[in-house]
Ligand binder design. Structure first.
Ligand SMILES: [Zn+2]
Length: 109
């Protein structure tokens, strides 16, 4: 696996393996392969100061997700619903896809 390829992609359901959200299952909003990080729905929430807007002239604090390291999450297989390591398969057309190591199902459509 090259440094710029993550095992996890946008839209994957993942299990968080460590940190304050350990054990949480959620969807990947964005993947940042160059940083080896992912943004996961509702995980690693941080408070951010919002700029004042016309609606909220005093600005304020809102909570938003912060990226976490991709190695801290495990993909949940859509077929067997288990958190799993992934295998790489090459299809007959040369396309490379990810497959579940537990049930063998191909995860990428
Ligand atoms: Zn599976």
């Amino acid at each position: 696996m090259s440094a710029n390829k993550l095992h996890v992609r946008k839209g994957d359901r993942v299990l968080v393996l460590s940190g304050k959200d350990k054990g949480r299952k959620a969807k990947v909003i964005t993947a940042y392969p160059r940083k080896n990080k992912v943004l996961v729905e509702g995980v690693n929430m941080v408070k951010k100061h919002a700029r004042p807007t016309q609606k909220v002239p005093q600005g304020g604090i809102r909570e938003t997700e912060a990226p976490i390291y991709a190695c801290k999450v495990m993909v949940i297989c859509p077929s067997c619903q288990k958190p799993t390591r992934l295998a790489r398969r090459e299809l007959s057309g040369g396309k490379k896809v990810r497959a579940c190591k537990k049930c063998g199902e191909i995860i990428d459509k």
